[in-house]
Design a protein around this ligand. Sequence first.
Ligand code: GLV
Ligand code: MG
Length: 357
Amino acid sequence: MRSPKDFFAPLAVGAPDPPRQIPVLPSRMIHFFDPGNEKMATKVPGIAPQVDVLLGNLEDAIRADRKEAARNGLVRIAKSVDFGRTQLWTRVNSLDSPWVLDDLITLVTEIGDRLDVIMVPKVEGAQDIHYVDRLLAQLEARAGLTRPLLVHAILETASGVANVEEIAGASPRMQGISLGPADLAASRRMKTTRVGGGHPGYLVRTDPVGEELDEGRTTYQQDLWHYTVARMVDACAMHGILPYYGPFGDIRDTVACEDQFRNAFLLGCVGAWSLHPAQIEIAKKVFSPAPRDVAWARKVIGAMGDGTGAVMIEGKMQDDASVKQCRVVAELADALAARDPELAEAYDAATEEALAE
Ligand code: GLV
Ligand code: MG
């Protein structure tokens, strides 16, 4: 067992100190691209200002014979493109693959000062994070980096879900966790072949209305991912890191994608992956609180003064617990508004209107 006193000590001589707090930067959409695809690479400078996070993907969806091209492409792009305030992340290959060691060595050595977060797929338990933690420290020390890289785990194995709390707390580098519904479905032997989203067969039905069992009974589709997302959110909140919904594979179904993202947002997630430019706007819309909710939150905070006691606003009781909920919304809105003048304006206009009512 590691002593708590050592938890924030670097894991290699000369490596930067591990972070004490995870920076809460806007990360409503983690936009995936294939850095080995020339056509996509040329679009990166245009896409960067439109997203909160750009992620160079080296893992699944990159063919085995393109792994090296993707890795080298990411190095080239990171060195040549100005990302402004957009974060640059990567998803390396899984820890049981023959590529991950070269991914980590090359990326940390060549572009460790440009990368913000390394996403590690198929994490099974704290032991996987410990391995990456030590290796990153060694590589950071060797490369002379002064800022520690952060680690993001994908929750996509049954044992990862069983161990999600220990994964979230396995290292001070842990930045967040994303749901990986496709691999998770396979690992659990679920009987869906979709990449995220619901399934019409997963439903509940109202009671029979008469003798006929198959007439007049409404069915309601349920969310296959509710349990996992909720558990992931609790594990992340417990350890001060950020939860994300992952991929929604049916690119054409923008409506269901928005629903799935919104469920995750309401449950506590801060963002989702975008696999196609069409999903960027959906994530932006869903993971930015609505102006009327921000206005309400600011109104409650203003009315509650020091936060103690209780007040009635428009017939609704407010107290310590509701003002805390409002602070979550207002703080997120402020962080997003600081980066997005259009959003700032919409929030201020809605607040003015609400205060005038
Ligand atoms: C993502 O990697 C997934 O498996 O859903
Ligand atoms: Mg996966």
